[in-house]
Ligand binder design. Structure first.
Ligand code: FAD
Length: 270
């Protein structure tokens, strides 16, 4: 369709020239006993069996050659999971062209047990115990996702078709590869919003698609993000160069008694 008419976009932009240093591999690891859980708790500060979210989102291992990361949600993760026994973790490596730090091969050549071993190494499990833990205390299922980062490929206007192409009466595109206003890819919301837009437009439903929250232009959201990104520290506890600190102090004295001071206090920054 795209070869016949440019209003259907340029799909080749999203499936060709995918960089070598790319995220393609992830794995689901089931921990089958409690030998690994203490190492997770040491890093996250949360007991994986507490019934609360454990990592609060992806946890990046910044020294890892694979730029490895893991995420552990509230357990049990799956309805059918045995809550007394199993714990489920998700692993992913963002650099798939470099050898690992414990497993000396690129992530895409690894077995599930090797993916698990590399993670255990970064968790701080003693090296002499890693292989035993990886084989006897965990079950890791790798998943190859060759197009997972396609959503993020550089693109220009027109590379993605509009949800409802101009003059289209009975055909629409839905999902993250269709063009809609303001939204950001890699979300379920994006797909849902495009589906609403498609149905409302083609069937003439007089209803607005829920707007994308304009968070990037809302100073209150940005200040709150600053607080959370700095491990929920007020400004005076955040490490910064002395000059920046002095400038900050001068600015704070100028905003005393103003609305800006109120905003900073609301975001817990002062
Ligand atoms: C590892 C990972 C983590 C993610 N994390 C998050 C997150 O935390 N939050 C978030 O909001 N989003 C996240 N996303 C993104 C989100 O999952 C996707 O954006 C969303 O699932 C896209 O939904 P969709 O219905 O548009 O497409 P899909 O879910 O891809 O569905 C398309 C369906 O079409 C089927 N299909 C393909 N070709 C054909 C064919 N020719 N005939 C019939 N059927 C076909 C496929 O099998 C598939 O079932 C994540 C994605 C991944 C991969």
């Amino acid at each position: 369709m795209a070869a016949r008419d440019r209003s259907f976009g340029r799909p080749e932009k999203f499936c060709e020239n995918i960089p070598e240093a790319n995220w393609t591999i992830s794995a689901t690891v089931t921990l089958t006993d409690d030998r690994i859980a203490p190492y997770i708790e040491r890093i996250t500060g949360r007991d994986p069996r507490s019934g609360r979210i454990v990592t609060g989102g992806p946890c990046s291992i910044k020294d890892s050659s694979w730029l490895y990361g893991f995420s552990m949600s509230r357990q049990p993760h799956f309805a059918a999971q045995d809550p007394q026994k199993d714990l489920v973790v998700w692993l992913y490596g963002l650099f798939s062209d470099k050898p690992g730090d414990y497993v000396k091969k690129p992530i895409r050549e690894c077995t599930g047990a090797e993916l698990c071993a590399e993670w255990l190494y970064h968790l701080g499990v003693p090296e002499e115990e890693i292989d035993d833990f990886a084989h006897n205390s965990a079950r890791a299922i790798p998943c190859n996702m060759p197009y997972i980062s396609s959503y993020f490929m550089p693109r220009a206007a027109g590379d993605r078709p509009l949800v409802v192409p101009e003059r289209s009466k009975n055909l629409a595109f839905i999902g993250n590869f269709a063009e809609t206003e303001k939204d950001t890819v890699f979300t379920t919301e994006y797909s849902v919003r495009t589906a609403m837009e498609a149905v409302y437009t083609l069937t003439g439903v007089d209803r607005g698609v829920p707007e994308v929250f304009a968070s990037s232009f809302d100073i209150r959201v940005l200040l709150s993000a600053l607080y959370h990104l700095n491990d929920r520290k007020p400004l005076h506890e955040v490490e910064m160069p002395i000059v920046t600190r002095l400038i900050g102090k001068a600015v704070l004295s100028k905003v005393k008694g103003t609305y800006i001071e109120e905003l900073l206090a609301e975001a817990k920054l002062i």
